[in-house]
Design a protein around this ligand. Sequence first.
Ligand SMILES: Cc1ncc(COP(=O)(O)O)c(C=O)c1O
Length: 454
Amino acid sequence: MSTDTVKFLLPEAELPTHWINLLPDLPGDPMPPLNPQTMQPAGPDDLTPIFPMGVIQQEVSMEPEVEIPDEVREVYKLWRPTPLYRARRLEKTLDTPAHIYYKYEGVSPAGSHKPNSAVAQAYEHKQAGVKRLSTETGAGQWGSALALACQLFGLECVIYMVGASYDQKPYRRSMMQTWGATVHRSPSDTTDAGRSQASHPTGSLGIAISEAVEVAAKDADTNYSLGSVLNHVCLHQTVIGQEAIAQMGMAGEEPDVVVGCVGGGSNFAGLSFPFIRRLLRGEAKTRFLAAEPAACPTLTRGAYRYDFGDTVGMTPLLPMYTLGHDFVPPPVHAGGLRYHGDAPMLCGLVKAGVIEARAYAQNPAFEAAVTFARNEGIVPGPEPAHAIRAGVDEALAAREAGEERVILIGLSGHGHFDMSAYDDYLAGKLEDVEFSEQDMQAALARLPEAPAIA
Ligand SMILES: Cc1ncc(COP(=O)(O)O)c(C=O)c1O
């Protein structure tokens, strides 16, 4: 047996003690969310109907580090620290001088990075005396994560699942129900927002968010919980990047490029922000590459504007790249990437040129995912399949350039509940659905009147 290390593992004692908050390190003044009625910065009062104070404090904190409560770290121990792998077999198959690493979040009980934030949020809501959480889920990953977290902290959980995913992934629904949650197909007839969107039966994350927010806003015992986009969610995910920094240290390497997929931005933020902080402080020269679906190309084709986080306009306005809050992306298999906007912090970094973005159609993404599975064993989720496509392209570019490029890929989850997508791909039946520029322009014309952003 060779001495070549494949897995870089940290002991439980090295689980991070703090989350990293990139907000104070960002260039320029932070752009606040706006109250859509007054167009003034949204303060804690705008958020208290749906979020507890602990979460609001994390959302607006300017502390560079935020301590992780002990109870949350205890739960993290069920699967954290997660492994970092060197993809030696993939490197050989690609015949590349690049060194490819991947940080694997699929070892969590729900199979993705999402429990990192679900557990942190459920804890804060429990502390605040909340009885029930409502949320949306696209691919089913966030819903399963929150169902698990609510179960562990003794909260009820109601989930609006995007129609297209609900139909494609019945076992994700069973998983959420196994962890005690109630699951509705969205658009549903249980909310005004759902009833108003009945003409979009495949649903979208934006519609499901509207339903979940409405339920929380109308019931004093119910709070809302969001699985991506907001600052506190990105914050919670930074355990990923901190562990990866330590593990790359064990491997004796520095990544030249960090690659991840972007739906609302949370796994990408989680992996990259600790590395980006080093770049912003002049301590490293890393490139960052965000991969998104060509069917929902927020970062590469969207407008940089203030927009609602949900479809029917119940949330504060967020400064972000957006396709328009009521744009309904075509139903691609990477359900978790079908969101019209992205995390404001991440968008600001794209705007500033710190993060590059590329869009990929689903066939090339699945082609890379199958190559990955045939070499590394793990069957990636359709969302990180986009990151793997981008990482493989980087490795092929390194081969062309004859460079020993070090590539770190965020493998945010496995695809065990996505085998129907693999079925379609393997049968040659996967369609590269077209993104409609016309639909996006029409949706952008319906954006709220808000101050322009630079
Ligand atoms: C495995 C996986 N990766 C990525 C995403 C995209 O979300 P985010 O951009 O917030 O990480 C999702 C969303 O459901 C997911 O399930």
